[in-house]
Design a protein around this ligand. Structure first.
Ligand SMILES: *Cc1c(COP(=O)(O)O)cnc(C)c1O
Length: 485
């Protein structure tokens, strides 16, 4: 027989209980408890020295729970399963419970920049097909079950957004923002093989991963308190490596603080240091805000009319695609340096991955058609408004907080309880945490969160925890710790 599944824990109310007791069971997350069927010992949790991408900064970080304590064991079918139907019933019950967990976890999600507000019911009919866009989006492969017509339609839309003519761009729908970054940096390196990679300290780890994968020299540039690249430091570093071309990653929204690097100042700095346009390559990492920035007044413009080489964006973040994906756009002349023809595909290999998700372009196409430019503009405005609301309420409550002008990422002091962090799925780094206000994050949800946070916080402080100082993270003017307020 199949292993027994212990009932999922009770679903918990979203409000703390009346007497303010923050017992673990109130915060616990409903989950499968399969401890009963796990026969093997669980590997220990790594605790230190595992920050692979930051060898120079040994930091103590809190890793998530070990999934091996709750994983769903695969059980072999029994000879009579077809007759008894036991296995089917077991699987149906696991899936039904999993669905409930997903609903609960979706309700309490604030920390990652994923727009969870969508309805793709119309596309359900397509899940019966193995849609794969392997190879170059612009060259039909021999594999016929593809969605290139949707993919290229979506790419045209993005190329127009970033001001590159149809016959001057090349791009593809990636499996995620990371793949766009890996591709952008690779194109940069192929164009400038002995280039040095420059990226700010607050750049996403995928850029440093690219540097390691491609064994490139990489220079980390200091950041301002806001999280933007510090162009004074950039200038000093450029001048130290004047004999080598520069490959520069520019952040259109950093992961932790939502900071937007000043693209125009980066270009100006390169020019001032004597780098002609053929001696630098700029990749814009717009994973987070690439599709929000065009709709923010006063925001620096990302445009191929400027001397940039590539732009990438994630499709599952602000856009709200239910599977990870992204868009990468570059100049067509660059891609010819990188690609190889592959007879087996009757197509050209210019992408990082081989097989590519053919469903993702259809989801993107569907959303772009439904919302359009105007729809995104409205959603961006709503996100910025709600982010300001959250920041103001945090400060009213005496909680240190910061919100960059062009951003919907609200940074604040890290809650003193990892269970609380997990419950609201907050992303943390050092003494700070953040909420990324996406279109599905309503004022009601923010109120629930704020009420819970302030009540818990009072209990944490009663229990002897102290308010952390976040001066070094978000600046003295935003720090409300006892020393700085
Ligand atoms: C999320 C993010 C990425 C990576 O995107 P994935 O889609 O998660 O691979 C890259 N850069 C920035 C700034 C991000 O916020």
């Amino acid at each position: 027989m199949v292993g027994s599944v212990v009932e999922a824990e009770q679903f918990v109310s979203t409000k703390p209980n009346a007497n303010g007791v923050m017992a673990a069971q109130i915060l616990s997350v409903p989950e499968f408890d399969l401890a009963a069927v796990i026969a093997e010992p669980v590997p220990p949790l790594a605790t230190t020295d595992t920050n692979l991408w930051e060898e120079d900064e040994e930091k103590k970080i809190v890793l998530g729970r070990n999934i091996h304590t709750s994983s769903l064991e695969v059980t072999e079918p029994e000879p009579n399963d077809d007759l008894t139907g036991d296995k089917d019933a077991y699987m149906a019950s696991v899936l039904a419970r999993y669905r409930k967990t997903l609903m609960e976890r979706t309700k309490h999600h604030l920390g990652y920049p994923y727009n969870l507000d969508f309805d793709y019911g119309a596309l359900a009919q397509l899940q019966h097909f193995s849609i794969n866009n392997l190879g170059d989006p612009f060259i039909e492969s021999n594999y016929g079950v593809h969605s290139r017509q949707f993919e290229v339609g979506v790419l045209d839309w993005f190329a127009r957004l970033w001001e590159l003519e149809k016959d001057e761009y090349w791009g593809y729908i990636t499996n995620c923002g990371t793949e766009g970054n890996l591709h952008g940096i690779l194109v940069g390196r192929e164009v400038l093989p002995d280039g040095v990679l420059y990226a700010s300290r607050e750049t996403h780890y995928s850029i440093f991963k690219a540097a390691r994968m491609y064994r490139m020299d990489c220079v980390k540039i200091d950041t301002l308190v806001s999280g933007e690249i510090d162009c004074a430091d950039f200038k000093a570093r450029l001048l130290q490596n004047k004999d080598k071309p520069a490959i520069v990653n520019v952040n259109i929204g950093t992961t932790v603080k939502g900071a937007v690097d000043d693209l125009d100042l980066v270009i100006q700095t390169l020019e001032e240091c004597g780098f002609s346009h053929d001696r630098f390559y700029i990749h814009c990492d717009g994973a987070l805000f690439g599709l929000m920035m065009p709709f923010v007044k006063r925001a620096p413009k990302v445009s191929f009319k400027k001397p940039i080489g590539s732009v990438s964006v994630s499709g599952h973040k602000f856009v709200g695609c239910p599977m990870p994906c992204g868009v990468q756009i570059t100049r067509i002349e660059h891609i010819n340096a990188l690609s190889r023809n592959v007879e087996y595909l009757a197509s050209r290999d210019a992408t990082i991955m081989g097989s590519r998700n053919g469903h993702a372009p259809i989801f993107l196409w569907y959303t772009l058609n439904k919302k359009g430019y105007k729809g995104f503009q409205k959603e961006v405005q709503k996100c910025l408004r709600n982010a300001h609301y959250l920041k103001d309420r945090l400060i009213e409550a005496g909680i240190s907080a910061m919100l960059n002008e062009l951003s919907s990422t609200v940074v604040f002091e890290r809650p003193a309880d990892e269970e609380f962090v997990r419950r609201w799925q907050l992303a943390c780094q050092g003494n700070i945490a953040h909420v990324v206000v996406m279109p599905n994050v309503t004022i009601d949800k923010l109120d629930d969160f704020l009420n819970e946070l302030t009540e818990h916080r009072a209990a944490w402080f009663q229990a002897g925890k102290t308010q952390p100082c976040v001066e070094s993270d978000i600046g003295r003017e935003n720090c409300l710790c006892p020393l700085h307020k």
